[in-house]
Design a protein. Structure first.
Length: 281
């Protein structure tokens, strides 16, 4: 099922030659054709298109550039707020999502790198090109997140920007897996996210649990304990933070994945996200 996920990258994928092509990729390996021109003095005889020469007698050269599949960077939130949940903890759901989405990327020949973060970068994986390495990274993350408090995007965004601008193997797609319950002021996060969007294609996979969305509306004030910082404060019963609206305002494509949903339901949500991206390209 997951091998059929239509992963669409909006920004133009960098090629090894420096030439850039639209990011909607279908081939896994080989060459992509820039165009054709007439055979010129100094060209290698191997560059001559034998098929065209046999059919029409035309001496044409097909200009090719090496194909390179995308490099995908996954920013993985392991802060305190993802260790809560009703059906199951958001952290366990995120680990499952990381494996399924990562497997889909690898199936298409893409390269992965995972950066786990809370206040600081807690883990940065090597470049992942096979399932065994992906499984090893997921296993390491499974025992990493307990006991971490707070969230800060500054270090992980700085590292992501460095990778996105790498001249050799830049990140073509940055995928953020998080509940996006960042401490105040949240406007700093979304401002910096907008800057990151200028460097690479960015998508957000928002993981939520029913305990966050099932609270009934009520009048008056509520005493709330922040899951990240353990700070308590009063808030209006009708107030709330919607990360999807903020992500939409930044122009970041996103989808919401519930911890209570099955893998099949996750696949449908992600397939819809990438299909819409393709239609709007």
């Amino acid at each position: 099922m997951w091998k059929n996920l239509p992963i669409n990258i909006r920004q133009r994928v960098r090629q090894r030659t420096g030439f850039r092509l639209p990011g909607r990729r279908t081939a896994v390996r080989g060459f992509t054709i820039k165009g054709m021109r007439e055979f010129e003095a100094g060209d290698s005889s191997r560059a001559l298109s034998r098929r065209h020469y046999v059919r029409s007698g035309e001496e044409l050269v097909i200009e090719k550039f090496p194909e390179r599949n995308a490099s995908i960077l996954i920013l993985f939130d392991i802060s305190a707020s993802v260790h809560i949940g009703g059906a199951r903890k958001k952290y366990q759901a995120q680990l499952d999502l990381l494996y399924q989405f990562g497997w889909a990327c690898l199936w298409k020949g893409h390269r992965l790198r995972v950066i786990a973060f809370a206040v600081e970068v807690e883990l940065e994986s090597p470049v992942i090109t096979n399932i065994s390495t992906l499984v090893d990274v997921v296993d390491r993350l499974a025992v990493l997140g307990e006991g971490l408090c707070g969230t800060s995007h500054h270090d992980v965004f700085e590292r992501a920007a460095s990778i996105a601008g790498h001249p050799g193997h830049p990140a073509d797609l940055i995928c953020i897996i998080s509940d996006f319950l960042f401490p105040f002021p949240r406007q700093d996060f979304f401002r910096d996210l907008d800057d990151l969007l200028d460097m690479a294609d960015v998508i957000a996979l928002v993981v939520r649990d029913r305990v966050e969305v099932a609270m009934p509306a009520m009048a008056g004030a509520l005493l709330i304990r922040d899951a990240e910082s353990s700070v308590t404060f009063w808030a209006g019963g009708t107030s709330g933070f919607d990360p999807v609206k903020e992500l939409d305002s930044c122009g970041v494509d996103n989808c919401v994945l519930m911890t209570s949903q099955s893998r099949e339901e996750w696949f449908e949500v992600l397939a819809d996200l990438f299909t819409i991206r393709l239609e709007n390209s």
